[in-house]
Design a protein around this ligand. Structure first.
Ligand code: SF4
Length: 463
């Protein structure tokens, strides 16, 4: 299966994932099922498109005045008795979190789902410093036990089958071998996690929305694991990217309606928990992380990627994501949105990702905050080519195509030659050196070009 031992770029990793055809088929269908659920939920709201427009405009406003909103948020948070920390890099974020834990003399913590902490590789960092971290979201716990990163931002273990989870739990939690009943496995995970909840003095959560007006944060989960962790802990650390800000509490009415419907087709997440101040005797910290976000704000072409509310809808609909699996993206955030965020952090390392798309535009169509994802994928390709971050073969191929498509005479001539070659020497194209041939055969060549056919038929019609 698509385990984390995969290495290489997106095409190489996808090749590994595609070796298990049954899994690809099932992964594809499962995610499409969620996409359809999203469609049904969206169609039940007559003002859906207005909500998307409002969400987009609120986020545009936030990005245009991010500095002001962040300072307002910080002031309110401090007034609410919460500690605020600023981190420019993942390293700073990790060491801030570790220092808080170390000062408490704690060796084990619980953590609810947070893509920011995945982005910063917090678990590895803390474990390297002797802290035992338990992810309490069930899907996250499954991939953690399997020593894998999540393959989807909302459904971290969507690439696992229940039989495999049964085997994993048998190995790690001692459940009976061969038992893959989801209800039984969920109960086993519940008992296992409950013990950790009861004994962890520090709880880390992510942040879905941070309200500048009130200084509160909102955390959305379906399992209530963030709430339980925080309520039982002496210290709550909330980690967020600086783009999570929304100006006012009333704006939640827009985002909460969009988020769950876009993510899983639910009307709302089971828990939308507001944390505004620590309860008596508790300590609360908020760590705000930049990690390239301020730099992204300067880019007119790419800054709107910061509007993302991490619903995962663009992944569920993407034909490439569904058939290549989340691990093939080798970045914390997979799929179309990951493919436009990652190159902003490291153009060379993630140069393959903007090409992992058909540019069909389905991602942009479903995005609840109207990010023009497919346009940005296309623009990233141009930036990567200009900066010399694509392979020689691809550059050569693109230059060749530009020469052919840029001249009607060369185009006509190439078409005639191509038709002869495809007809008389098909092996020149249908061979192992042609990556397309691995899964497709070229169609039979037409007897004449469209151009010729059109001219002849135009004559026949007497026009
Ligand atoms: S880019 Fe849009 S669709 Fe994709 S995860 Fe972000 S908000 Fe959802």
């Amino acid at each position: 299966m698509g385990k984390s031992e995969n290495f290489g770029d997106h095409p190489q990793r996808s090749t590994v994932f595609n070796q298990d055809e049954a899994r690809v088929d099932w992964h594809d269908k499962t995610l499409w099922f969620i996409r359809e659920k999203r469609d049904k939920a969206a169609h039940q709201i007559p003002e859906w498109e207005e909500l998307r427009e409002q969400a987009s405009q609120i986020k545009e406003n936030v990005l245009s005045k991010l500095h002001e909103y962040l300072l307002q948020f910080e002031q309110r948070v401090l007034e609410n008795g919460i500690h605020v920390h600023w981190a420019a890099t993942p390293e700073e974020h990790n060491s801030i979190v570790y220092e808080i834990i170390r000062k408490k003399g704690v060796k084990q913590i619980v953590k609810s789902k947070s893509m920011l902490t995945e982005e910063c590789h917090l678990n590895e960092y803390l474990e390297g410093h002797g802290i035992d971290v338990v992810d309490t979201d069930l899907g996250e716990r499954i991939v953690q036990l399997a020593k894998e990163p999540p393959s989807h931002i909302v459904l971290p273990c969507i690439h696992w089958k229940k039989e495999e989870i049964g085997e994993l739990f048998h190995q790690h939690l001692g459940t009976p071998a061969g038992n893959s009943d989801p209800q039984f496995l969920t109960a086993a995970a519940r008992a296992h996690l409950r013990q950790r909840f009861m004994t962890s003095r520090v709880a880390i959560t992510g942040v879905n929305f941070a309200v500048a007006e009130t200084g509160e944060i909102v955390v959305c989960t379906n399992e209530g694991n963030a709430d339980l962790g925080v309520q039982l802990a002496d210290v709550h650390i909330a980690c967020m990217g600086i783009e999570k800000i929304i100006p006012q509490r009333k704006h939640l009415s827009v985002f909460l309606r969009l988020l769950a419907r876009s993510a899983t087709g639910q009307p709302i997440t089971t828990y939308s928990s507001h944390f505004k101040k620590p309860r008596p005797g508790q300590e609360m910290h908020i760590v705000l992380v930049d990690n390239g976000r301020s730099e992204r704000l300067h880019s007119e072409d790419f800054k709107s990627a910061l509007k993302c509310i991490r619903c995962g809808a663009c992944m569920n609909t993407c034909p490439v994501y569904r058939r290549s699996g989340g691990h093939s993206y080798h970045y914390a955030i997979a799929g179309p949105i990951g493919s436009i965020l990652a190159p902003g952090l490291d153009m060379k390392k993630y140069a393959d990702l903007p090409f992992a798309s058909t540019l069909c535009g389905s991602c942009s169509n479903v995005c609840p905050v109207k990010i023009d994802i497919h346009n940005q994928l296309y623009k990233w390709r141009q930036v990567l080519v200009k900066n010399g971050h694509v392979t020689g073969g691809k550059t050569f191929g693109m230059k060749g195509m530009a020469a052919i498509l840029g001249s009607p005479r060369i185009f006509k001539f190439s078409g005639s030659v191509g038709r002869i070659l495809m007809k008389s020497f098909p092996f020149l194209l249908n061979n192992k050196l042609n990556p397309w041939y691995k899964q497709r055969e070229l169609p039979a060549p037409p007897s004449q070009s469209f151009n010729k056919w059109y001219r002849e038929n135009k004559k026949q019609d007497g026009k």
